[in-house]
Design a protein around this ligand. Structure first.
Ligand code: DX5
Ligand code: ZN
Length: 225
C-alpha cells in the first residue's frame, strides 16, 4: 500500500491549531493528535473538547493517539465525536478487545500502541480486533526526541505478524521520524508515519510532508515482496 503521513500537532503552536491543520490540508493523510493525561505519561496536552473543536475546523481525519490511563473508559468518546482513528496503549488498557470493539462500532478505526519496552507477541492474537498497530519509536510523552533505531526489528516483526495473519492491519511508527528514519522504518515494514518536529519544525510544513512521503515510498519499493 501507499505510505500514509500523519503530522503530529504536538509540535505545532497550540494557540493556532486550526492553522496547523490548514498548513498540511491536502498533503497529509491524517492529523495526529497526542492526548496525554499526566498519568500514563509525564505530560499533559489536550482532550476531547479540543478534539471536538479540531473536528469542526478541519476536513482532515483525526488520528487520536491516547497516552492516558483507563483508555477503556475514555477512548470510545473520541470515536463517537468523529475521530477517524483512535489508538489505545496496550500497557494501559484493561480490556483492549472490548475497547477496540466500542471504537469500531462507531465506524472509526481502532489502533493498538506499544511502548518501546513492550513486546508484541502477547498481542499477536488480538490483531483481528484492530486496524492499526503502533510501534512507538521513542518513549511516549514528548515530541522532538531521538529515534530509537533498536525498534527497527520490532517494526519488521509487526509487519511479519500482520502479513502472517492475512489481516489488513496498518503498521504505524511514531517518534523521531525524519527524512532519514522514515526510510529505515518504511524498509522495515511501516506504512503509516507520524511526524511532529520534522513537519511543524520545518519552514514549509506541507513541503516537509511531501518530502517525507517521497522518502517513505522510495524505501517501500526496496522492501522484499
Ligand atoms: C510522542 C508522541 C508523538 C510526537 C512525535 O509521545 O506520540 O506523536 O508528537 O514527535 P516527533 O515527531 O517530534 O518525535
Ligand atoms: Zn503520537
Amino acid at each position: 500500500m501507499a505510505a500514509q503521513l500523519a503530522p503530529s500537532i504536538l509540535a505545532a503552536d497550540f494557540a493556532r491549531l486550526a492553522d496547523a491543520a490548514a498548513a498540511v490540508a491536502g498533503v497529509a493523510d491524517w492529523l495526529h493528535i497526542d492526548v496525554m493525561d499526566n498519568h500514563f505519561v509525564p505530560n499533559l496536552t489536550l482532550g476531547l473538547p479540543v478534539v471536538q473543536s479540531l473536528l469542526a475546523a478541519t476536513a482532515l481525519p483525526l488520528d487520536c493517539h491516547l497516552m492516558i490511563d483507563d483508555p477503556d473508559r475514555w477512548a470510545p468518546g473520541y470515536a463517537e465525536a468523529g475521530a477517524g482513528s483512535v489508538t489505545i496503549h496496550a500497557e494501559a488498557a484493561a480490556d483492549p478487545v472490548a475497547t477496540a470493539r466500542a471504537i469500531r462500532a462507531t465506524g472509526a478505526r481502532a489502533g493498538l500502541a506499544v511502548k518501546p519496552g513492550t513486546a508484541l507477541t502477547p498481542y499477536a492474537d488480538l490483531l483481528a480486533e484492530f486496524d492499526l498497530l503502533l510501534v512507538m519509536t521513542v518513549e511516549p510523552g514528548f515530541g522532538g526526541q531521538a529515534f530509537i533505531a533498536e525498534m527497527l526489528p520490532k517494526v519488521a516483526r509487526a509487519r511479519s505478524l500482520v502479513q502472517g495473519s492475512g489481516l489488513a492491519v496498518w503498521v504505524q511508527v511514531d517518534g523521531g521520524i525524519d527524512a532519514e528514519s522514515i526510510e529505515r522504518c518504511a524498509e522495515a515494514g511501516a506504512d503509516v508515519f507520524v511526524a511532529g518536529s520534522a513537519v511543524y519544525g520545518a519552514a514549509d510544513p506541507a513541503a516537509a510532508v511531501t518530502q517525507l512521503r517521497t522518502a517513505a515510498e522510495r524505501a517501500m519499493r526496496r522492501r522484499p515482496a
